[in-house]
Design a protein around this ligand. Structure first.
Ligand code: PLP
Length: 427
């Protein structure tokens, strides 16, 4: 039996219909933006392995720092104890996070970073003796798939069986071009009713919802309403953080700063599972009390794992090198040039770009995540040595920053081929 067949005997993959899915591709090695399969095929990782990888696969610098940490201290309980990697990483994160963030709470992934933010927001108002019930989110949002994170995410086919168990959330329109007023008015109306604990949002780009983009100016307006009505703002930068939008954080484009920030994915450059929820000092202070019931009762066995924190520190060293910013700028410019070349082609409904994130939306003709078109486009990418995972009729690119110009050309060429499939010129 080869590896893929052995996998099929024992493994249940995420977001995969195991009955009809093709055999998984066994990847045995990675280097830079490339992944190598057991059968000898090479793939360009144009989606940075679910948007996590920043500096390339098996990066020797990160690998070295991780090995060092593993040989020194692999883990320690994080209640009553601390360690250098967690403290140093927190100090350094606070130097680059949006102004006003002053405390770091560690967890293990993006969904739990969101859970923590929601619990902090709700308990913050409770601890102040002013309980507030409502949470506001964007209609097409995705914040993860644990129960709290599902609650604040769009009600989609993914979550349908769980709807009766999710808490109520007020959804407002995403303020894309033409919908700004509607979104602002909806938020104003909800804010005026009072009882709103927090507004959670993906700043500038809604990822899983379809790489939907909106401007910093309108986000500033929404944030201003929240500030005016004492609604806590939670920036979910799980996807947008660490350079993805062209600046370190998407929140850096916005004048009003969030009360909390959720981080994961690029936090360790795509090497170790780690999440962070940061918050402002006034939130933290609301939990300081002689009454122990005001404690934030949240934590996981692997909270602040030293190896993950060491990976985060190493990834940040690389992120802050001038060459990385140059690479980000290069990708931004190349994406922009490609956008121009494809946007007027038949069946291309819209091309969207925010920094290193590029999305091409094809005319959908009623396609959905479950459509055949999605599978056809995905298979075409794989056959051409490029990993692109369509969101229904939307193709997107979120590459590792080390991707070469030649590799980017191959990615763009593959998307052109997909456009020909959609128009029926190619099968
Ligand atoms: N928040 C955003 C904006 C995301 O894009 C995701 C994942 O795609 C999550 C949260 C959940 O992160 P994770 O998959 O690590 O739980």
């Amino acid at each position: 039996m080869n590896l893929a067949e052995r996998d099929q005997n024992v493994i249940w993959h995420p977001y995969t219909q195991m009955k009809t899915a093709a055999l998984p591709i066994p990847i045995v090695r990675g280097e830079g933006a490339l992944l190598f399969s057991e059968e000898g095929h090479t793939y360009i990782d144009a989606v940075a392995s679910w948007w996590v990888n920043l500096h390339g696969h098996a990066h020797p610098y990160i690998a070295g720092k991780v090995a060092e940490q593993l040989q020194t201290l692999e883990h320690v309980i994080f209640a009553g104890f601390t360690h250098p990697a967690a403290v140093t990483f927190a100090e350094r994160l606070l130097q680059i996070l949006p102004q006003g963030q002053s405390r770091i709470f560690y967890s293990d992934n993006g969904s739990t970073a969101v859970e923590v933010a929601l619990k902090m927001a709700i308990q913050y108002w409770n601890n102040l003796g002013m309980p507030k019930k409502k949470i506001i989110a964007f209609r097409d949002s995705y914040h993860g798939d644990t129960f709290g994170a599902m609650s604040v995410s769009a009600r989609s086919a993914f979550t349908a069986p769980f709807w009766p168990y999710l808490f109520e959330v007020e959804f407002i329109e995403v303020p894309t071009a033409g919908k700004e007023e509607e979104s602002i008015n909806q938020l104003k109306a909800l804010a005026a009713q009072g009882d709103v604990a927090a507004f959670i949002y993906e700043p500038l780009v809604l990822g899983t919802g379809g790489m939907i983009m909106y401007t910093p100016e309108v986000l500033d307006q929404l944030m201003a309403i929240c500030k005016q009505h004492q609604i806590l703002t939670i920036a979910d930068e799980v996807m947008t953080g660490f350079g993805r939008t062209g600046r370190t954080f998407a929140s850096d484009y916005v004048q009003h700063k969030p009360d909390m920030v959720c981080l994961s994915k690029g936090l360790t450059g795509g090497t170790m599972a780690l999440g962070v929820t940061s918050c402002s000092e006034n939130i933290y202070e609301a939990f300081l009390h002689d009454d122990k019931s005001k404690t934030l009762f949240h934590g996981h066995s692997y909270t602040a794992n030293p190896v993950a924190c060491a990976a985060g520190l190493a990834s940040m060293d690389l992120l802050l090198q001038p060459e990385t910013q140059q690479s980000i700028n290069r990708i931004v410019q190349r994406h922009a040039a490609f956008s121009q070349s494809i946007k007027a082609l038949p069946q291309v409904l819209e091309v969207r770009q925010q920094g290193t994130i590029l999305a091409v939306e094809f005319e959908d003709g009623g396609t959905s995540y479950f459509s055949n078109l999605r599978d056809t486009l995905y298979s075409y990418g794989i056959a051409n040595g490029v990993i692109l995972r369509p969101l229904g009729n939307i193709i997107y690119v979120i590459p590792p920053y080390c991707i070469t110009d030649a590799q980017l050309d191959q990615v763009y060429q593959t998307i052109r081929g997909m456009q020909e499939i959609v128009t029926g010129k190619r099968h």
